[in-house]
Design a protein around this ligand. Structure first.
Ligand code: GLC
Length: 428
């Protein structure tokens, strides 16, 4: 049995790279299929396709219309995927594997960068293809990079927010225990108390990691090794399991992804909701929303004070198989201009990647939650950075799901999670 390190240089800029030991063969982390492709099409101009998950916030189409009006010979077509992170991932993998020249620019979740870059599918943004990231929030740039090379343009960031009902909760909770003690208010109002995203998919990895981090634990330690066998990690996971068992997290929440949980909150069925900033726009503008005028936003609750969000967000990457990379690079630049980023923020309440916008007086007047969001992003904990992320997230999701549903004890779930992350490696 041979031990290998599949490792990234650990922890520059606060990112924990996962130290994986694995046995046997399996794909390494180096770029294979894409290295030749990466030298081609650099000057190509012409129509391109932009692939992204469901445009919940209705910002992509108007933006592309604007681009197309100004670039009649380099039009962008929008290929919209579903609203489910895992399906988006699998769709991109299939098209990259098929070397599809028709997926020119893809929106890449922060947790996919390492995997896709290691496979050689993403065009490195250097030399002729360089992109200036100096005005961007550092965590967004780190998340779009792999082995110190930038592989995508940070497009929107994401930090978890606790949404609450201002009409029913005069002072929002700062800790998990405080929030749980307020579940009596939910009960008195015949509504569910708390939900995040607890279906077995990427969102559960986000929520389980947040529960662990917010209780003072960590999925990985400072050396990038799984560290789930601690009292703090146990406390975090037990918080979710207990709340589900006693009904503070309503039973249907085990099927919720972002959109289902948003809908439940907007329908007045939840007192507290953990979700991303995009909810603000829809919850305050959709005609059917019952929470329009009573929407509160604050930091996720922690142990003794605010908790720690998982870092989310997306970056726009150019496929190495694109034939029109010069156009694609211009489109990436267009996605990151101050104007576009302001548009994303004001129209879709998406989190800007440009640091200056969080201090922009006009914007803060319009979107008063921006300081809460900035703190959430700055303190957010990245999920493990590894080319073998699919196996790692599976280990977290499956065990968190069993623990929440009470199918495994919290101890057994964490011990299995620890073991599976340790043995996670390509194709195994
Ligand atoms: C959001 C986040 C992304 C995360 C996903 C989980 O889209 O931006 O980082 O993986 O939710 O569902």
């Amino acid at each position: 049995m041979k031990t290998r390190n599949f490792l990234l240089p650990v922890a520059t800029a606060g990112v924990l790279a996962l130290t994986l030991s694995a046995c046997g063969g399996g794909g390494g982390g180096s770029s294979s299929g894409g290295s030749d492709a990466a030298s081609q099409g650099l000057d190509g101009r012409g129509p391109i396709t932009y692939v992204q998950g469901k445009d919940n916030s209705n910002v992509v189409r108007p933006l592309i219309e604007k681009w197309n009006a100004a670039h009649p010979n380099e039009k962008v077509t929008f290929k919209e995927q579903t609203d489910q992170a895992d399906q988006q991932h699998d769709d991109l993998v299939q098209h990259f594997q098929a070397k599809d020249a028709g997926y020119d620019v893809a929106s890449v979740d922060v947790v996919w960068t390492a995997e896709f870059a290691a496979k050689g599918w993403l065009q490195p943004l250097k030399d002729k293809m360089a992109l200036d990231t100096s005005a961007m929030l550092k965590p967004t740039v780190v998340a779009a990079s792999y082995k110190n090379t930038l592989y995508a343009a940070p497009e929107s960031s994401d930090g978890g927010i606790l949404y609450y009902r201002k009409d029913l909760v005069p002072t929002p909770p700062k800790t998990w225990d405080e929030m749980m003690s307020m579940c009596s208010i939910a009960k008195a109002n015949n509504m569910g108390c708390y939900s995040g995203q607890f279906k077995k998919y990427e969102g559960l990895t986000v929520n389980a990691s947040e529960a662990i981090n917010s209780a003072g634990g960590a999925v990985l330690d400072a050396d990038g090794k799984p560290s789930l066998l601690t009292p703090e990690a146990k406390a975090g996971m037990a918080n979710l399991a207990k709340a589900y068992a006693d009904g503070s997290i309503p039973k249907e929440a085990i099927t919720f992804q972002e959109e289902e949980s948003r809908q439940a909150f907007q329908d007045g069925k939840l007192l507290f909701l953990r979700n991303w900033p995009y909810v603000y726009n829809l919850a305050t503008t959709e005609g059917s929303s019952k929470v329009k005028d009573v929407l509160g936003m604050t930091a996720l609750p922690g142990k003794d004070g605010p908790g720690a969000s998982s870092l989310g967000g997306h970056s726009a990457a150019i496929s190495v198989y694109s034939k029109n990379k010069a156009t694609a690079l211009d489109f990436l630049k267009f996605l990151t201009t101050e104007e576009t980023q302001k548009f994303f923020a004001t129209q879709g309440s998406l989190a800007p990647v440009l640091g200056s916008l969080y201090e922009d007086k006009d914007l803060v007047a319009k979107l008063p939650y921006l300081p809460v969001l900035k703190t959430s992003i700055e303190n957010a904990v990245p999920r493990p950075v590894t080319p073998f992320y699919p196996a790692v997230t599976k280990a977290i999701q499956e065990n968190a799901y069993s623990a929440i549903k009470g199918e495994k004890t919290v101890d057994a779930a964490l011990s299995d999670m620890q073991k599976s992350i340790e043995s996670a490696s390509a194709g195994q």
